[in-house]
Design a binder for this molecule. Structure first.
Ligand code: FAD
Ligand code: NAP
Ligand code: SF4
Length: 671
């Protein structure tokens, strides 16, 4: 008997029965563009082995003009066909099923060849699209149909036609981007003609025994997006045109409302999909911020959908489903929805992976083989670097002891988890604890280790992390503390606060200081904060009154010396959310300052133009970067004890948990 009866109920699609109710949603990894299809095949086969019901590939371009980027992968040549044949065989050999996503980017294509229903430039691309004429539209349909046919030839079990997130087909649906007056524009019947026609012709080309998923934007979250009646009308037309399954898309990429970031509450949009249940007779999938089996089970049990889509959770743990099925949910590596190694990498043109699981999309290169010789390994520091090194070394068969001077594991993750909107870090620390116990790592907490304590070990790993940088502020009088003081509760800030340093930690501390109750823990409050309304009542799901954030708990100024816009270096796909959130809390963000002194009047600064100013504050919080804690590494070196230094203890600059975990894993894989 499984703990998740709804999740593991088979789904009969007519010509095929899926073993469970989970779809691995489409994610661009960048592997296809590398051309290394052994790696692509290994990536998907690994996830098929993990027991997901059906997978969807990253978006593949139906033609050059529709590619997300110049050079986007597709099924254009015989070599492409052969490569994709290797992928489908590998998946099917592993007992899985896979559909190819056909993604035409329209005006979101990052290229001067981009095309769209009308020449309306997107706010997130520098390229104005060319308006398609009637023949041009016919060509796009023909290319998508041909791609579906080719996908069938190379062995895919189906295709997903991407009709949401503001891509090409979505652009035809709404007056925001479709200004046409011919048969492809004007009335809603005309605007929805293109997606329906694509579906109809694809079904005609591939026959009945091929899965056809349509990803439908259920809540556009942009001005002049679709109304709910239009969503239902399209869903029914898509079903009639031959779709097997309807998948949910939430929000256009240009929407200014977060839809998948960690601060978005879990299952935040399942209620939107639920509105469609009963309106169509094909299975409906819900999506977004579903990352644990109990969340997926609840969504299904409550009738929000027939199936759930999870994408990033399968980067974090390819064995999600087998672990859930066999009562090992606590072992599922949690996707914390940070985007740091997946979506941010895609936007930086790097191969995607996962902060929690550096093996993701690196299956052929980062392999944890059983150790040839069992060694006694000491790891000092139970932050993400040390915990990962200890876990992987123990998993490989070494005898590992993990020391930390603190009474709990987690290192700085214990501060991250205190930040409103970062509650997922609690689960990450918990998971590390469970995995250390599972692999028999001996924990020695509350122990400050010296070099003498380590001489008996075969391998010593120093992961002692970082210390806050003291910026050497001139303090005459006043309350000056560090982020550690604040986030560990050692100190409490006054009503008016200046935060020195606007890096990731400065932003997090400003969020912490201005927020009493985390809206991430309260869906209604979160929807109100960001101005999301019932799309049945308000077109596109935008509340007419706009965002309604809670009042800020404190008056905060966030400062940096660089003259660039504060927050410019935050994550590519999440920085805007942090900036917007603080703007909503009226945090004053100031760049280009120098710090003169602190006294009872407040923080004295000089602006870039030479103007001196006093910011009247009760507390100054230092978030001025970090320095490596190397005292143990130096002591070991002085004693001639060899050691490996990882994480912040190695390099403090631009340190984050992604690097710490990656370095810990890669070292432990070689011991
Ligand atoms: P640490 O996490 O600093 O751990 C070092 C450990 O060593 C500590 O537990 C310490 O007690 C122990 N130690 C030190 N000396 C000794 C000794 N002599 N003996 C025994 N134990 C010792 N990163 C991200 O990627 N994404 C985020 O969203 C994010 N948010 C953050 C939010 C905040 C508020 C903070 C403070 C950090 C955040 N980070 C984030 C950064 C991330 O937490 C760090 O980069 C990461 O924890 C560094 O890992 P580490 O293992 O090198 O060191
Ligand atoms: P950081 O991003 O390097 O920011 C340090 C800040 O301190 C900068 O704004 C810097 O700005 C300022 N500073 C540096 N030296 C200073 C000095 N001598 N005097 C005064 N100000 C000084 O580092 P962080 O905020 O400490 O974060 C540490 C790491 O944790 C980051 O690398 C980040 O990746 C990670 N993190 C990530 C997230 C996330 O959401 N992804 C969140 C938190 C932390 P000026 O030099 O312009 O003054
Ligand atoms: Fe999830 Fe972050 Fe991993 Fe992406 S990098 S899969 S968001 S944990």
């Amino acid at each position: 008997m499984t703990d998740y009866p709804h999740l593991f109920r088979p789904l009969d699609l007519g010509h095929v029965t899926l073993p469970n109710r989970v779809l691995m949603g489409s994610m661009h990894t960048g592997l296809e563009e590398l051309g290394d299809f052994d790696r692509v095949a290994a990536y998907y086969a690994r996830r098929a082995e993990g027991g997901v019901g059906l997978m969807v590939t990253g978006g593949m371009a139906p033609n050059r003009e529709g590619g997300v980027l110049p050079g986007a992968a597709g099924l254009f040549t015989d070599a492409d066909m052969a490569n994709h044949g290797r992928v489908t065989r590998a998946v099917q050999d592993a007992g899985g099923r896979i559909a190819m996503q056909i993604l035409h980017a329209g005006r979101y294509a990052y290229s001067d060849a981009c095309v769209a229903p009308s020449p309306v430039k997107s706010p997130i691309s520098p390229f104005p699209p060319a308006e398609l004429d009637a023949a041009g539209i016919e060509k796009q349909i023909a290319d998508m149909v041909e791609m579906a046919r080719r996908a069938q030839v190379v062995g895919y079990d189906g295709v997903e036609i991407m009709g949401s997130e503001g891509y090409f087909l979505n652009q035809f649906l709404v007056t925001h981007t479709n200004k046409r007056t011919d048969q492809w524009g004007g009335s809603y019947a005309n605007r929805m003609r293109l997606p329906v026609e694509v579906l109809r012709r694809v079904r005609e080309a591939v026959g009945p025994d091929f899965i056809l998923i349509y990803r439908l934007s259920m809540i556009d979250l942009i001005p002049n997006g679709s109304s709910w009646d239009e969503v239902v009308e399209l869903a029914q037309a898509v079903e009639n045109a031959g779709a097997t399954i309807l998948n949910t898309g939430i929000g256009w990429h240009e929407a200014r409302i977060p839809t998948i970031a960690t601060s978005v509450p879990r299952r935040a949009f399942a209620w939107v999909t639920k509105k469609l249940m009963g309106q169509v007779s094909i299975p409906v999938i819900t999506s977004n911020r579903i990352n644990m089996p109990e969340v997926a089970e609840a969504v299904l049990a409550e009738g929000c959908a027939d199936m759930v889509s999870m994408a990033r959770p399968f980067l974090a743990d390819p064995d999600f489903m087998v672990k859930a099925k066999s009562g090992r949910s606590a072992q599922i590596a949690p996707c914390i929805a940070c985007n740091q190694a997946c979506l941010d990498h895609t936007f930086e043109m790097k191969v995607a992976t996962c902060l929690v699981n550096p093996q993701a999309a690196h299956e052929t290169e980062l392999v944890y083989t059983p150790a040839l010789v069992e060694k006694m390994v000491a790891v000092v520091g139970a932050g993400p670097a040390g915990m990962t090194a200890a876990r992987v070394a123990a998993e490989r068969g070494h005898k590992v002891t993990l020391f930390d001077q603190s009474s709990e594991i987690g290192g700085q993750l214990n501060m991250a988890k205190m930040v409103p909107g970062k509650e997922e870090f609690h689960g990450l620390v918990r998971w590390f604890g469970d995995m250390l116990a599972l692999h028999g790592v001996k924990l020695r907490l509350g122990v400050t280790v010296s070099a003498d304590d380590l001489v008996e070990f075969d391998e010593v790993i120093v992961a002692t992390g970082v210390l806050p940088r003291d910026p050497g502020l001139l303090v005459d009088a006043g309350h000056v503390v560090t982020y550690v003081d604040i986030l560990t509760g050692r100190e409490t800030a006054g009503e008016r606060v200046a935060v020195i340093g606007a890096g990731g930690i400065g932003f997090d501390v400003a969020e912490y200081l201005t927020t009493d109750e985390s809206p991430t823990e309260d869906l209604d409050a979160w929807l109100e904060e960001w101005g999301v309304a019932d799309p049945g009542a308000h077109r596109s799901g935008l509340a007419p009154e706009g965002p309604q954030p809670a009042a800020a708990a404190r008056k905060v100024s966030l400062l940096q010396r660089k003259s660039e816009r504060p927050g410019k270096r935050l994550g590519k796909t999440t920085g805007w959310i942090h900036r917007t959130s603080l703007q909503m809390k009226q945090v004053q963000m100031v760049g280009g300052v120098s710090y003169d002194k602190v006294d009872l009047a407040g923080l004295h600064i000089t602006r870039q133009d030479g103007t001196a100013e006093v910011i009247p504050v009760d507390t100054v919080v230092l978030c001025a970067g970090q320095l490596s804690e190397r005292s143990l590494a130096d002591a070991l070196e002085a004693k001639g004890v060899p050691c490996h230094v990882i994480g912040g203890a190695d390099v403090a600059s631009e340190l984050d948990a992604k690097r710490a975990i990656g370095q810990g894993a890669r070292l432990a894989a070689t011991l």
